[in-house]
Each structure stands twice: as structure tokens, then as C-alpha cells.
Design a protein around this ligand. Structure first.
Ligand code: DX5
Ligand code: ZN
Length: 219
């Protein structure tokens, strides 16, 4: 299981320090939430901040685009240092083209599904995917409550993927207590913001999450 702290809940005025904390705690990648005030109600950051983060960490950057017309910005985010770029299927009428474009730019391509979106939305792009991001909250804000319909959806996505080596990531309201059931349902990346950065010791939560998820492998 990979742990991806979401910097949305970090201290943006001391971002490098917060990133160093989770990196020291063994985080596998950093999740970067990009919001445009149109696809979702909130506004966050753009390529300039991704570029600044890139200079401060060796961790892979997993950039989650919650924006309309994401195709317009793919090249900017990859040149800023994104290793993985995820677009929302709901924002992408030409999803296959967007995913192929991300790979052509040299990054890994992800598709995100809102809680109400059927997993079959990715059925005809399975070979274009490196990552499926199952949203367990309606995107837009950190600190929301985990929606349990994500569990059967993760299993459904796994079935659709067959044996393909595609990551299945879950994002929204993820806490230590969810790590084990999420691993058992087929998730391979846990994105977590407030549970990690809202804790007094973010590095400790990264470690707890990883061992809670690993407990499922032995049972
Ligand atoms: C929500 C974002 C998430 C968010 C997760 O729209 O996509 O990545 O940062 O934060 P928590 O873990 O607090 O729900
Ligand atoms: Zn996210």
C-alpha cells in the first residue's frame, strides 16, 4: 500500500516543512489538489506551486486536477514536475485523448470517479490508464466524511481492470481506521489530507496508516 498525503490540509505558509515531515515518515508520494472554482466550488493552486514543490521533495507528485477542460493544462503540470496527472471523467468528454496526452507528455495517466459516477465510465479506456482514483467524498474540500459506497466501487474497478498493473487510489475522508478495509477491497494508494496534516505528528500517522493496511495482507 502506498500512502499519499494530500497537501491540501498542510500549512501552505510552511509547505516545505510539512512536506519534509511526511517524507521523513515514509510517504510514498504527495497528492496535490488543483481546483478551479468551476468543476468544484473551491480554488487552490496551479503549476507555479507544483514547480516550487518539485524543488523541495524527491517524492513523486500525484496531481489531481479538479478543473474543467483539463486538457488545456496537462503540458503545464507535467513541465512543472507532475509524475502522475489525474483528470476527472466527468470533466473530460474526450477522456481517451486526455489520458493518451498525459502519457505522451511522459507522466502517468489517471482517471478520477466522483462518488455518483459509475465505474463503467472507464471501461473503454482501461489500457490507457496507470491509475484510477476513486473519490470517497464529493471533491472540493478536505476534512469531509468518508462515503462507504467507495468500498464496493473499488472492488468493481478492480474487476474491470482484470490483471492490469493499474493503481487504485482512494481519496476523501480516509483515516487510519479505513486503511485495512480499503486494502482488502483492492486499493493500492491511500490519499489522506486532514487525518495526516491535522494530527500533531503527521509522520506517525503515515506509519500507522501503512501498518494498518499491511495488517490485512497477513490476515
Ligand atoms: C478533496 C481532495 C482530497 C482532499 C482529501 O476534494 O481531492 O485530496 O485533500 O482530504 P481529506 O483526507 O481531509 O478528506
Ligand atoms: Zn485529491
Amino acid at each position: 500500500m502506498k500512502i499519499a498525503p494530500s497537501i491540501l490540509s498542510a500549512d501552505f505558509a510552511a509547505l516545505a516543512d510539512d512536506i519534509a515531515r511526511v517524507e521523513a515518515g515514509g510517504a510514498d508520494q504527495l497528492h496535490v489538489d488543483v481546483m478551479d472554482g468551476r468543476f468544484v466550488p473551491n480554488i487552490t493552486i496551479g503549476p507555479v506551486v507544483v514547480e516550487a514543490i518539485r524543488k523541495r521533495t524527491r517524492l513523486p507528485l500525484d496531481v489531481h486536477l479538479m478543473i474543467v477542460e483539463p486538457e488545456r493544462y496537462l503540458a503545464d503540470f507535467v513541465s512543472a514536475g507532475a509524475d502522475m496527472v489525474t483528470v476527472h471523467v466527468e470533466a473530460c468528454p474526450h477522456l481517451q485523448r486526455a489520458l493518451a496526452q498525459i502519457r505522451e507528455l511522459g507522466a502517468k495517466a489517471g482517471a478520477a470517479l466522483n462518488p455518483a459516477t459509475h465505474p463503467e465510465a472507464i471501461q473503454y479506456v482501461l489500457d490507457d490508464l496507470d491509475l484510477v482514483l476513486v473519490m470517497s467524498v464529493n471533491p472540493g474540500f478536505g476534512g469531509q466524511k468518508f462515503i462507504p459506497s467507495a468500498y464496493p466501487k473499488i472492488r468493481h474497478v478492480r474487476t474491470l481492470l482484470g490483471g492490469r498493473p493499474v493503481e487504485v487510489s482512494v481519496d476523501g475522508g480516509v483515516k487510519v481506521e479505513h486503511a485495512r478495509p480499503l486494502a482488502e477491497h483492492g486499493a493500492t494508494i491511500l490519499v489522506s489530507g486532514s487525518a495526516i496534516f491535522g494530527a500533531p505528528d503527521p509522520a506517525a500517522v503515515v506509519k500507522e496508516m501503512r501498518s494498518a493496511a499491511a495488517a490485512s495482507a497477513c490476515s
